[in-house]
Structures are given as structure tokens and as C-alpha cells.
Design a protein. Structure first.
Length: 117
């Protein structure tokens, strides 16, 4: 599985960005897809994940981020609203297959998100 992220960039605090992750194969065969981020000097952390069945889980409550997947387009998107400088990080798309059997994680190269104050 190959993943390619897009949509990162520079935005002012309070602004919005939409990240998109394109998968090389059928996303319907992937158990879980999601987004992680890593800020300078910090560990990589989960932002949001979505299962093949459409269940979503978010690291942060409040509804600023919305994850969605489009099985027809083989993409996973992350809509980010009301961005804060603390959201500045490299955002990575991840796909997990084989859950419950032999799980394997696939990672994209990452896309930079910078939020200015």
C-alpha cells in the first residue's frame, strides 16, 4: 500500500485546511486509515482514524477535525478547522491492514502544516 498526502501549507490561526491521502490500491481492503502528526521535538501522535466500517476516533474532542474516507476515490481526508499554532506539525497518513491476523502499518511521506499566530 502506498500513500500520498497533499493539502498541507501555511495558514493563519483560525483558518482551515483539508488534507487528502490517496492510496495506491482499493481503500476498501484497508482495515483502518488515519492521520498522525509530529511536531518538532515531540513524539508522533494520533489525530484521527476511521475504520472500514466508518467508525471514527479522534484524539481531541471539540470537533475541530473531521476525518472521512471515500472508497470510490480511494482517499482519506482530514478537514481541519479553527487551526491553532499548536497544530503546526508534519501530518502523516497511515493505513493498517491485517488487523486481528498480522497487522501491518503503511505510512505516507508526510505533509507540512504550519499555523501562524
Amino acid at each position: 500500500v502506498q500513500l500520498v498526502e497533499s493539502g498541507g501549507g501555511l495558514v493563519q490561526a483560525g483558518g482551515t485546511l483539508k488534507l487528502s491521502c490517496a492510496t495506491s490500491g482499493s481503500i476498501a481492503s484497508i482495515d483502518v486509515t488515519g492521520w498522525y502528526r509530529q511536531a518538532p521535538g515531540k513524539q508522533r501522535e494520533k489525530v484521527a482514524v476511521i475504520t472500514r466500517g466508518g467508525n471514527t476516533m479522534y484524539q481531541e474532542s471539540g470537533g475541530r477535525f473531521i476525518i472521512s474516507r471515500d472508497d470510490a476515490k480511494n482517499t482519506v481526508d482530514l478537514q481541519m478547522n479553527n487551526l491553532k499554532p499548536a497544530d503546526t506539525a508534519v501530518y502523516y497518513c497511515v493505513a493498517t491492514t491485517g488487523i486481528g491476523r498480522d497487522p501491518v502499518d503503511y505510512w505516507g511521506q508526510g505533509t507540512q502544516v504550519t499555523v501562524s499566530s
